[in-house]
Design a protein around this ligand. Sequence first.
Ligand code: FPP
Length: 249
Amino acid sequence: MSIKEKLDPNRIPQHVAVIMDGNGRWAKQRGKDRLEGHHQGAKAARTTVEAAAEIGVKYITLYAFSMENWNRPKDEVAGLMSLLLSSIASQLGDLIKNNIRLKIIGDTSLLPPDVFAQVNQAVQQSQNNTGLTAIIALSYGSRNEIVNAVKNIVADYKSHPQDIEKFTEEDFANYLYTKDIPDPELLVRTSGELRISNFLLWQLSYSELYFTNVLWPDFSKEDFFEAVYNYQQRERRFGKTSQQIANLK
Ligand code: FPP
């Protein structure tokens, strides 16, 4: 029985977040340029989106470029930007055909104008699609997202500060890039690193974390299904006891 067939169709996570790590090491192991690792990584991103759609995941968030990644060597940043541009341009037709909605989270004002324009166009063109939502975290940093949320809340409540008393966690979530997107039930990180790296700090509060040693360019559909299978074996308690969870069933 394949790992995909072993999955419980009633317990597919709605939202899976992925830290795609290990492109550089994959390239180094083969004596290749780091950008070759990113090219293979872009292929793995496509395969993973397909795998998610195949099993009925509703949202997948891929960490493609962090706020901190702007500090990488200039030619690597330029190479990654041009890869994003060409990946989005070449995949847009397939995205539309497969009813996939593209979303971007992050500070897109920092993107080069051509990348910004291409990304926006793809988002607009796919906005009415009703299948999987593929969310690309681009120029994304979670602390930055939270600080911006706080600034916007302060501005919004300036004229009626007394109302802040009634402000809830749900209200806060509405100030994040991920407004209207359910929190991920599962986070996958490749390449054996055991960190969150400033990714979705608020949204991952109750997520199950899955780490694999596979380097991102080698990440296959089977690897994705394996992560979901592993998730399905876990008991999610949200601070309650096992007994309380069993009584709810
Ligand atoms: C981490 O590997 C990967 C990145 C910083 C970039 C991720 C980008 C892609 C997979 C390509 C574009 C994606 C899409 C969605 C089109 P690393 O460079 O940190 O690897 P290392 O830790 O081994 O050096």
